[in-house]
Design a binder for this molecule. Structure first.
Ligand code: NAD
Length: 799
């Protein structure tokens, strides 16, 4: 097969999943056509049109920017079958009925291009059975592609082959789903509900069952099974409310329908819990009906009480002693829980034990190896660690013995013993399923390495499981300089990497010093500088805390000095002849946003949230953010025939004055914090690879810093126009007096002060205005109230 190119994708079925998968394809710039049945009344595309409209309102947002909904081509099976011929990949996501899916496959078969891959998003049906309806010519190109809801945000995609799927097609699809869509691929066996939903739903059912056994209420269970346990913060029951209790009941039903006591010895514990049945009957389906296990009334959270069928006050927390136990090292933690007297501790041990038991018994039939199970629970169920990782961390044989003792004592969900491989052979001898050479495959008895497809070369530091001893980004490569604020290092001796190490990557004196050192070193000996950190954020902003001592001692004057240093550093990066590439992921706020926009180029993961948020703490951007907005407006005007700068300024002004943060890289670009020439990367783990390559390409093409130019500003008339609008907002009660004051200061800076419209200014001139505005605010009591509030509670104060 020559290179598999995905020029266009068809998604069949515009329901919950199909519509969102189409949206995500748009996010990553893949042309997509979304099909559904022809509407019985009105325009034939009616069903799809409604689904596309729905995408604009759905939370969490499936689209990076709402307007992009228009990029989804709409189609129906009556009028547009020919469009299928243009598609390289067809993803079927219609209702979960074997007969309907088979009918549809027969209908589309004549229109499938000879090279196209056809894949089903079924969450439980047999992929092999589905393939049987297809013509022989399509069978080698057919597989399962199981996304998780919501598909933009959930990392996991399970790919499932049939006996007739050709490996090269699956490999090509894996590369596309990984690099093109930014997902984590796990290959699953064609067993009911595949890996994640099988283990995850069985786990959820077991948790509900144990909660009932131990007589624990939903609020206490959620407190125990959320963050403290390293799982999604919504715990067990609130997660169920978010998913929708009808959906959950449906997934449970698939498990009940497709399995039996012969195929799954845990089958006895798969009955739908009484309380869930009751809630579904009452139509209390969770968040979407505003009542489920929990219900919010005003500011109070209530929980459903099965006995009275009423909602009663909730908010009870678990005993703090268990929170403390859960912080202990794994081995100690499990022993403490198992031996604890209290029912909350015993409950925790029981659900963990059930998880180990289930995963071990089923590993051979559902997955190729233990790593795949752990990744599924991490990427598909939001767990920090999968069951095998925790088990191994706590001591393989000790935990195995504890689990087996419980099984023998009749405490487990079923009496099936742990498989032989747990106690004998390489896993037992080497202390676990994950080893340096790979993870255990119980069928072959070997430890298998991660798949080595070329696409994975793009991930310098892929996610790994405990025990695999993969190199850590924090210590990999060659360190050139390191202190408590920053690490300067290189992977290839060509590009220098600066990794900020402070908490939330806050930018204080140490970080600035480190970045300047990095720029100087890179200019001297490297092709480029990449600013990248291994964890989840770029930078949450300037380090307010570290500014406080200077402020206390030297007042606003001392702060002005610190601001001037920050600004100088930003200019040094901007006018660096060695390219400086910011590799952004997660938050890039305030000073973090300024660092990004003063770099030569930005490479941003799709999930990047960029913005100037200083107004939230009663300040204005002071490290060049406003100067950037003014310059950007002038540059954009220069590209047009207009001589009026104000329209080009509005977006940037509003973004800063309202502390807007892009909810995706795409929206951050709309706000002006990324440029069209910047790169958006779907997969977070490819960010470093792409940034290094960008830096090298810039060097290779002879990069030089931009010219230092003066540029026109909007001047006093611009300030007057913006102020008039601010007055309306203040008098209409939309903004506070302090917001008005800050907004006016921002207007004064971005318009270049009280000068004639069109006056030419320099960056240094604007930076001085920015400093002045910043320093005038820092002594303002309302600003101090906002700063103190933010530092003590982490939440913005409205005053
Ligand atoms: P849905 O009910 O929201 O949408 C199903 C769509 O299929 C509808 O738009 C409907 O018009 C269309 N449809 C119904 N009958 C049809 C037929 N006979 N021929 C053609 N189209 C038909 O369903 P969903 O939740 O989006 O699920 C779709 C698929 O994705 C299912 O296989 C489901 O198991 C799977 N899935 C769902 C989730 C989830 O969380 N909802 C997660 C992963 C996978």
């Amino acid at each position: 097969m020559s290179k598999f190119q995905v020029n266009k994708v068809a998604v069949l079925g515009a329901g919950v999943m199909g519509a969102q998968i189409a949206a995500h394809l748009v996010n990553v710039k893949v042309p997509v056509v979304l099909f559904d049945l022809p509407a019985k009344e009105g325009p034939k595309n009616g069903i799809v049109t409604k689904a596309v409209e729905g995408l604009k309102k759905l939370k969490p947002a499936p689209l990076g920017v709402v307007e992009d909904a228009a990029l989804i081509q709409q189609a129906n099976y009556e009028e547009h079958m020919d469009v299928l011929k243009e598609c390289d990949l067809i993803i079927e996501a219609i209702a979960e009925r074997m007969d309907w899916k088979l009918d549809l496959y027969k209908k589309i078969a004549p229109f499938v291009a000879p090279h196209a891959i056809v894949a089903s998003n079924t969450s439980g049906l047999s992929i092999t059975k589905l393939s049987e309806a297809l013509p022989e010519a399509i069978k080698p190109r057919f597989c399962g592609i199981h996304f998780f809801n919501p598909p933009r945000y959930m990392a996991l995609v399970e790919l499932i082959n049939t006996p007739t799927t050709e490996a090269r097609y699956l490999d090509a699809l894996e590369a596309f789903v990984t690099s093109g869509l930014g997902k984590g691929v796990v290959r699953a066996k064609d067993s009911p509900n595949f890996i994640a939903n099988r283990v995850g739903t069985a786990g959820m059912l077991a948790t509900m069952k144990e909660a009932q056994n131990f007589g624990l209420t939903f609020d206490v269970v959620d407190d125990l099974t959320g963050k403290k346990l390293g799982r999604a913060s919504s715990g067990t029951y609130r997660t169920a409310d978010v998913v929708g209790l009808d959906t959950l009941a449906h997934v449970m039903k698939t498990l009940q329908d497709t399995l039996s006591l012969e195929t799954d010895p845990f089958y006895g514990s798969f009955a739908t819990p009484e309380v869930l049945k009751t809630l579904v009957e009452l139509g209390n389906l969770g968040q979407k009906t505003k009542a489920g296990f929990f219900k919010k009334v005003g500011r109070d959270v209530l929980r459903f009480d099965l006995a009275s069928k009423e909602y009663v006050p909730a908010g009870q927390k678990a005993d703090e002693v268990y929170g403390r136990m859960l912080k202990k090292p794994a081995a100690e933690r499990l022993k403490l829980l198992r031996n604890s007297e209290g029912k909350e501790g015993q409950f925790l041990w029981a659900i963990l034990r059930n998880g180990f038991h289930y995963a071990a018994v089923h590993l051979a039939s559902i997955a190729d190896n233990a790593r795949d199970v752990d990744f599924c629970m991490r990427w598909g169920f939001g767990m920090k660690q999968g069951p095998f990782e925790l088990w191994q961390e706590a001591g393989w044989l000790e935990v195995a013995k504890m689990v087996q003792e419980d099984i023998d004592a009749g405490k487990a969900l079923c009496n099936t013993p742990l498989p032989k491989w747990v106690f004998e052979g390489p896993v037992a001898e080497r202390g676990g399923v994950h080893q340096q050479e790979g993870s255990f495959n119980p069928t072959t008895g070997q430890f298998v390495a991660p798949r080595n497809l070329p696409v994975y070369q793009r991930q310098h530091f892929p996610e790994t499981v405990l025990g695999s001893n993969a190199p850590k980004a924090e210590t990999a490569g060659t360190t050139v300089f390191e202190d408590e604020s920053i690490r300067l290092w290189t992977l290839d001796n060509d590009v220098l990497i600066a990794s900020i190490k402070t908490k939330m990557h806050a930018i204080g004196g140490g970080v600035i010093e480190g970045l300047l050192k990095a720029q100087a070193l890179a200019a001297e000996s490297y092709q480029g500088l990449v600013i990248w950190s291994p964890d989840e954020m770029f930078s949450a902003g300037a380090d307010l805390q570290s500014m406080m001592p200077a402020f206390m001692m030297g007042g606003a004057k001392a702060i002005e000095g610190a601001e001037a240093e920050l600004q100088k550093a930003m200019l040094q990066l901007r006018y660096s002849n060695v390219p400086v590439v910011s590799a952004i992921r997660g938050l890039a706020l305030g000073g973090g946003c300024e660092l990004a926009v003063y770099s030569s180029k930005r490479v941003a993961a799709m999930e990047s949230y960029i913005g100037l948020v200083e107004v939230g703490v009663g300040l204005v951007p002071g490290a060049g953010g406003l100067t950037y907005i003014a310059r950007g407006a002038a540059e954009n005007m220069a590209l047009s025939t207009s001589k009026d700068i104000l329209p080009f300024l509005t977006e940037g002004f509003t973004a800063a004055a309202m502390a807007k943060v892009g909810t995706s890289a795409l929206e951050s670009r709309k706000l002006g914090y990324l440029l069209d020439s910047d790169v958006i990367v779907p997969h977070k783990d490819e960010l470093l690879f792409v940034a290094i390559n960008e830096a090298k390409a810039m060097y290779a093409s002879g990069y030089r810093a931009p010219h230092k130019r003066s540029f026109p500003v909007a001047g006093r008339s611009g300030i007057a126009t913006i102020t008039a609008q601010l007055v309306n907002m203040r008098d209409g009660g939309f903004i506070s007096a302090h917001d008005f004051h800050i907004g006016k200061l921002i207007a004064e800076v971005v318009c270049g002060g009280q000068v004639e419209a069109g006056s030419m200014v320099t960056e240094e001139y604007l930076l001085a205005l920015e400093r002045k505005a910043f320093c005038s605010l820092i002594t303002h009591p309302k600003t101090q109230e906002r700063i103190m509030g933010m530092m003590s509670t982490g939440k913005p104060v409205r005053n």
